[in-house]
Design a protein around this ligand. Structure first.
Ligand SMILES: [Zn+2]
Length: 557
């Protein structure tokens, strides 16, 4: 397939629908959604789309029509104008879609969580309905207490959505109510077999003796689970098909005994629902309509369908998606937590970490991640993406969002002093943004002695002419002395940023690898409390006040 030709077709079709002017954003979504090879290098694809949109939008509608005929598009036009943004969900009703994101409370959320949480919340935004954040904490053994506070904040930031918070350990009474119901109806039993013995039987498609117990006997054993049985003595099993071709489906466990005190409920409960039971009950009670989960949960979906059927409940739409595997990235919440405790990282927001707090700290817009997710969509294929190229895509989306609104300032890293003979102190008015007048002006103080960056100072040769941005030209007579050389623009000479040695503020620039770069910026930076700016020739950064210091976190170029 010729990618450019496919793009051209979509651009022409879109232009045809919009009075001859194609909308790049709509085409990006279509191309990414429709053409798998377009997703391998999103940046290149977007560049290709932009190029074609520019070319085709310049054409007259008549010429566009000629082009459409040339490509034989009359039929394709109707077909290709299919979707903008996420593909439709089966049986989704406007205003009635209920979806959820369900993390475990093992720590803050990382970039891997971003995808699933955004996918769910974007669908709720698309149709209207309710977004639920459900914290899955029925296993007391891997709980980090601060996660209960961190996760809602992370989800709120990355999805930009309101949600209903549900914590599973608050719902124990409901799980117990349904456990009794399913036992009383004879759809489940308390199994006291040794686990190895049970596995042996079930592998032979043979029921264990516990399966024939009466509801009354099961209720008595359930009460023993709550009181006298020891962990491992008994589990509740949901009856399925013991001849099911997949042994993992056969009579799956729904409750177990665990005496580990729970951080939120202490020792109040000792019989805990296992994932498949708790999830089914919650999904039903909260009216979930669509459930997006990884393909690795296909077996779980099959297990859960039995419980839905036993209870006489409607089965929601299950959508199984592929995994995104970030190559070159180690993602482990518990390992990271340990390293933070050991002081190897400053916290979840350490800029070196791929955790959402770190992205937030550096000034990323969550919309950049949302755009990525909308483009990739709920694809069933597993994907391997290098973390580096993923970040390049995110950075390009983020740049498109912040470039038009980020005020620009000078920042001189590793400052080196130069002296320009014969100039008087003066104030120079410069725009905060050349294309966005609304951002206003800034005042640059020009003095006889200035700082330029060490890199520039080392690069500039004796006798070379350089333009000080927004000011005049200078000529270096020695390594750190220069003379004035007029104000007119001279083609081809380097343009560099500069700061007065007397009117400036020190800035600590934190690089993405955690290293610090000390330098000076304009005095205007003193007025900033929290803002994403562009340091000219350095990159975009989030500037904040930390105590008396001005600290900037570098985003990207
Ligand atoms: Zn048994």
């Amino acid at each position: 397939m010729n990618l450019e030709n496919e793009i051209k077709k979509l651009v022409l079709a879109n232009a045809g629908q919009h009075g001859g002017k194609a909308h790049a954003s709509a085409i990006i979504s279509q191309v990414m959604g429709k053409i798998s090879e377009a997703r391998t290098n999103p940046k290149e694809t977007i560049a290709l789309i932009d190029k074609n949109v520019n070319e085709i939008n310049k054409m007259s509608m008549k010429d566009q029509l000629i082009e459409i005929k040339k490509l034989g598009l009359s039929v394709t036009i109707k077909k290709v104008i299919r979707r903008i943004g996420l593909p439709e969900l089966k049986n989704a009703k406007k205003g009635k879609v209920i979806m959820r994101f369900e993390p475990s409370p093992s720590g803050a959320l990382h970039v891997g969580h971003a995808f699933v949480s955004i996918l769910n919340s974007e669908y709720v935004k698309k149709y209207g309905g309710k977004f639920i954040l459900r914290i899955s904490d029925t296993n007391a053994e891997n709980i980090c207490e601060e996660a209960y506070k961190l996760i809602p904040k992370d989800v709120e930031w990355i999805t930009g959505s309101k949600f209903e918070l549900v914590i599973q350990s608050d719902r124990m009474e409901s799980y117990y109510k349904y456990a009794k119901e399913v036992l009383e109806k004879g759809h489940a039993y308390v199994c006291t077999c040794e686990s190895l013995k049970f596995r042996d039987l079930i592998n032979k498609k043979t029921a264990c003796p516990c399966r024939d117990k009466t509801p009354k006997e099961n209720m008595a054993d359930w009460n023993k689970m709550l009181t006298t049985y020891k962990p491992g003595d008994a589990v509740v099993r949901i009856k399925t098909d013991i001849t099911h071709k997949n042994p993992a489906i056969r009579d799956w466990p729904a409750f177990r005994i665990n005496d580990t005190p729970h951080p939120r409920t202490g020792k109040k409960y000792r019989v805990w629902p296992l994932m498949n039971f708790a999830v089914t009950i919650d999904d039903h009670d909260y009216g979930l309509t669509h459930i997006i989960r990884g393909k690795d949960h296909l077996t779980n979906s099959e297990r859960q369908k039995y419980l839905y059927t036993h209870m006489g409940w409607k089965i929601p739409e299950f959508i199984h998606i592929g995994r995104i595997n970030f190559t070159g990235l180690k993602l482990s919440t518990s390992t990271t937590r340990k390293l933070i405790d050991e002081g190897k990282y400053l916290g979840w927001d350490d800029v070196r970490l791929p955790f959402l707090q770190a992205f937030k700290k550096r000034g990323y817009k969550p919309e950049a991640f949302q755009k990525f997710v909308t483009m990739v969509g709920p694809s069933p294929a597993d994907k391997s993406v290098s973390f580096e190229s993923f970040m390049k895509t995110i950075n390009s989306y983020n740049k498109a969002l912040i470039d038009p609104i980020a005020p620009r300032y000078f920042f001189v890293p590793k400052p080196t002093k130069i002296k320009i003979t014969g100039i008087k102190t003066s104030n120079i008015e410069a725009p905060k943004h050349p294309d966005n007048q609304k951002l206003g002006k800034r005042i640059l103080v020009k003095t006889e002695e200035l700082y330029i960056s060490k890199d520039d100072a080392e690069r500039i040769k004796k006798g070379e002419k350089v333009r000080l941005k927004y000011s005049g030209n200078i000529k270096f007579t020695t390594a750190n002395k220069a003379t004035q050389e007029g104000k007119e623009l001279v083609k081809g000479i380097p343009i560099i940023q500069w700061v007065s040695t007397t009117a400036n503020v020190p800035v600590k620039l934190i690089l993405p690898d955690g290293k610090k770069l000390i330098g000076f910026s304009e005095t205007a930076l003193k007025d900033i409390t929290d803002c994403v700016v562009q340091f000219e020739r350095v990159g975009f950064a989030r500037v904040v006040k930390e105590g008396n210091d001005i600290v900037a976190y570098l985003l990207h170029k």
